[in-house]
Ligand binder design. Structure first.
Ligand code: ACO
Length: 332
């Protein structure tokens, strides 16, 4: 038993929508090929949320409902919900509030956190500090995005990359030697010029012109972002591994944000682990932004064992990036 409190992930769930957008279908929509997409990104298909009026909360709610059921958690016992998303249902209220309402978490407070693709790690870090302070016992951290709502499906450089999906974890306090042990979170706002959504915020509210000029979609200078992503995600993963005296042998899993298979490979190489210890599902989901890491944990849950050393790493718009070191808390 340790004296101090740590936050441990005690359950994970996720939801991806049914509709699958394949590379073959994209070949009919824009000037691209399956070969280009697979060789440059590793993506074969992605899931898309279809239907009028359906936002990120639809997927997040399904993930949280599954999470509560499998962890036998009464929604009234949830203290806090943090929803990491770049595509909230609305500018306000927060998607976290909408999800809380839908799942019956009537005693929870909650908010959205926006750090693009690093949002889930930012939220996990924040939630773990709140638990360590003793002011919350059951915190739900959601990572989810309906990226299809801000993607221009006539722009081949972005539409092949992104998909929709959401995942959620339950965090609870522990005094055992498990849970979230270390986090390194970084940001550099000067990187905003390379990756952003120009209109729809307070700097450029929606007008007929912004719609006509397609300013509500993701703007990305792919190569510039790639250069920063590949360096920073690998750097921060290496830093957290080194300062916790971990070695390739003692690391059970690397869980990287799924933006590009080449960025994932570079991060794995830097910390010296081979593919068999890296969670990679980008080929089936693409980049679901805040969803990638919890969706990976959900898919691999049965292979995780109590005490496993796990490194999470992400890079995203902002720029934002970070890494988390945790010891898995349960056998499923
Ligand atoms: N099909 C065919 N050709 C294409 C496509 C496509 N889908 N997209 C672009 N091309 C072309 C370009 O037009 C260009 O042609 P040109 O040489 O004639 O001008 C050529 O392919 C090369 O384009 P690049 O942009 O240099 O391609 P690159 O190898 O860099 O791959 C990609 C692009 C996949 C976007 C890559 O740069 C990348 O992964 N960047 C990082 C993305 C990332 O990590 N984002 C952060 C997280 S996202 C978030 O936070 C919301």
């Amino acid at each position: 038993m340790r004296n101090s409190i740590r936050a441990a992930i005690t359950g994970v769930a996720a939801y991806v929508p049914e509709y699958i957008l394949s590379n073959a279908e994209l070949e009919k929509m824009v000037d691209t090929t399956d070969e280009w997409i697979v060789s440059r990104t590793g993506i074969k298909e992605r899931h898309i949320l279809k239907g009028e009026g359906k936002g990120t909360s639809v997927m997040a709610t399904k993930a949280v409902e599954e999470l509560l059921a499998k962890t036998h958690t009464n929604p009234l016992d949830i203290d806090l919900i943090i929803c990491a998303t770049t595509t909230p249902d609305m500018q306000f209220p927060a998607t976290a509030n909408i999800v809380a309402d839908k799942v019956g978490a009537k005693n929870a407070w909650g908010y959205d956190l926006n750090a693009a693709c690093s949002g889930f790690l930012y939220a996990l870090t924040t939630a773990s500090k709140i638990i360590e302070s003793g002011s919350a016992n059951k915190v739900v951290v959601i990572g989810g995005d309906k990226m299809s709502s801000i993607i221009d499906y006539s722009d081949r450089s972005t539409c092949v990359i992104f998909g929709d999906g959401a995942g959620a974890v339950l965090l609870e306090p522990t005094q055992e030697d498990i849970g979230i042990i270390d986090t390194i979170m970084r940001s550099d706002g000067s990187g905003r010029i390379h990756l952003h959504q120009k209109a729809g915020g307070s700097a450029m509210p929606a007008t007929h012109d912004t719609v006509t000029h397609k300013l509500h979609y993701v703007y990305q200078e792919g190569q510039a972002v790639f250069k920063f992503a590949v360096t920073n995600m690998a750097d921060v993963a290496e830093q957290i591994v080194t300062r916790n005296q971990l070695t390739p042998e003692t690391i059970a899993w690397l869980v990287p944000h799924q933006a590009n298979k080449r960025i994932i490979d570079a991060t794995a190489r830097r910390i010296g682990i081979d593919d068999s210890k890296v969670m990679i599902n980008i080929e089936r989901y693409g980049n679901t932004t805040n969803g990638t890491i919890p969706i990976c944990l959900w898919e691999w849950e049965k292979k995780l064992h109590k005490g496993d050393n796990i490194i999470l790493a992400a890079f995203g718009g902002g720029f934002t990036w970070g890494a988390v070191y945790l010891k898995w808390a349960y056998n499923s």
